[in-house]
Design a protein. Sequence first.
Length: 732
Amino acid sequence: MRGQAAVELIIVASFLLLVFFLLFQFGETNITESTSLAQLSEARNTADRLAKAATEVHNEGVGARRRVYITIPDRVDSSRIFIDNSTITIGVYVGGGTTDVSSRVNFAVRKGYLPTTPGSYWVWVISREGYVQIGSTLEIKPTNLYVELFPNNSTSTNLIFKNYGASDVNVTLNLYWSDSEVSAKINDTSSTSFSLSPDGSGVVNLTAVAYTNASRGLHSGYIRMTSNISENEEIPLVVNVVAPAQTPEGVSYLTVETYNNSGYTYSDAVFTSGETVYYQIRSYNSSDGLVNSTIVVRIYDSVSELMDEKIYTANAGTGVYRGNYTIPLGSSTGIWSIRVYEISGVSIAGYFIVSPLPSGLTVIGLSTTIPFYPNQRALCIDGVGNLHVVWRYSSDTIAYANSSDNGKTWRVSYTIVNSTGTKNTPSISCDGNNITIAYLNGSLAVFKSENNGAAFTDISPPSATVGSAVYEVNVERRGQRIYLVWGNATSATGEPSIMFLNSSDAGATWGARKAIFTGFYSRYGIWDEYSHPTLAVNGSGGSSDLVHVAAQEAGSDAGEYYYGIYYRNSSDSGNTWNVETSIKSDSASFKYYPSITFSGTNVFVAFYDSNQVWFANSTDKGATWTASYRLSDNVNVSIYPSTSINKNSNPIVFWQQNTSAIPVYNWDVGYKNFESGAWGSFVNVTKDGKNNSYVNSFYTYDSINNRAHFVYANSTAAGLYNITYGYFVYPP
């Protein structure tokens, strides 16, 4: 019996081990698959971002450039990063092999310097003669300099530059260093210049000397690099003066510092809601040597409420402890504190300021990419005065938010209006309690809510009806009618055309698509294309709604390039269309991103031409137009206008403008208001130059709340965008 029982026990144990093994294998497989999907998603996001930026600069012409924030996945196969012909490819190790993720464009691309190791980076995308360059011409290693020194000691390190371009590059370096306790030189001077031939490299030596009286801690400056190809960079330089190693003893004192970046290289003490505070703590003994210990870090808000607590154990003998804290949206403003307690009783308090946004501004949420464009509408107001905002959170996620208290608080969803596929920037329209959202996902995705955004239903038209959608979709709803305008690339024309589609029964059925502006291509270098449409509808959903559409045009006549802004309308709800009209005639200067709105019989269009904002209007429902004229008076770049209407039925135009010469991008947003027969001065909404961009306004005046409403994107130190809502009460 005992033997039989033992055998039975062995059988049971073996069975249980088999079950555990199968469960382990299943779990391990799921984890591996989940990780692989995340890695492929990162690669797809990066390839799509680069392709999108390449398309934009290609359309803008030679010399146009974008700086794009990308992530190289942890499992990247660096030997499978290809940028050639018209394809951007990133290989990722999946399972036992490599999977390539690719994005294609319809023009030539070439590879400059592009990082191939895992991590997040800013890279340049530049339009060249005959191709678009992905990545910088110049490689700089390292991109920031950090050295440690004892007092009365010196050290040196090298900066390496490489030219990935096809022509010589002239580089000038200027060292900005004003510390009297530590000296720094580049090639034994404070300024040096050199030239790099194609595929050539250069080495610059940095020498740092800490004098006997040098204070312990960080001493900082920077090297400014300028070049003849407009690739300019600032290279942070940090010299950390430390004490010689001491015999370990108890902690005598602590220090705490705050930064605005994960590299802990940019000191900062002023933050806003939604930003991340990076802190670094050091524990020293009585001889000023770093000594290891266990510490507690507590963060208190401006009313002394405990917001966060972390414990850091002995840190491998370094005595340096790093962490971060993201300030919640809507947090109290004022002086916050970081209080640090060491296990033996030593403590210190550090402080930082949570600053309120400018008056009337509220952060709604975040985006990892360009959230919207001003030729679309990302903001609308329903019949009871609630605000609704939509934006692209990432390449595969659309975010939606609404507010019932005039934008003070927001309810945000990242799932309510999502479909499959890669997403383009969205558009939104409000009509009474009806909220309609549309975006491109390879086809057209359309969602409607008939209860002020509480729930949405997918009413997307069939893919066969849509065709090959490539440019931003615009949506407007009036009564039971839903109007859609977008850009298509069709096999019949070979170049993008602007398409129109509508429904007369709230999306239950859809009519046939119609081409409003038709592109074409011939083998003799003659082509014409239309893109970036903008839509406005004057009506209540009957059979005589007046539909206004404008779009940008680009073309070539045997190598002679031309660009224009064109307009077309329908006075019978899109059934028939009047002839197209040129708002800005064809010329060699670039014209981009029109934004259209109306007030009664007046129609207003703004766009940017040669990096300045221009304006034109019609007083007879679009039949005739005034000559367009320049509206911006900024000496630097002014782009991406968004049109709206003020209380007196006159136009307001918002846009972003740069406060210094390109390529330094420090955008601010603001507006001009038309009153008493003239345009007022430009009014800044922001003045901090922190890449405030893509401002997007409600198409008309909000008579319920007596306000003008707008949203825009504000870049964070982590390379994300704060989606920020703002308003002003009329008169501004």
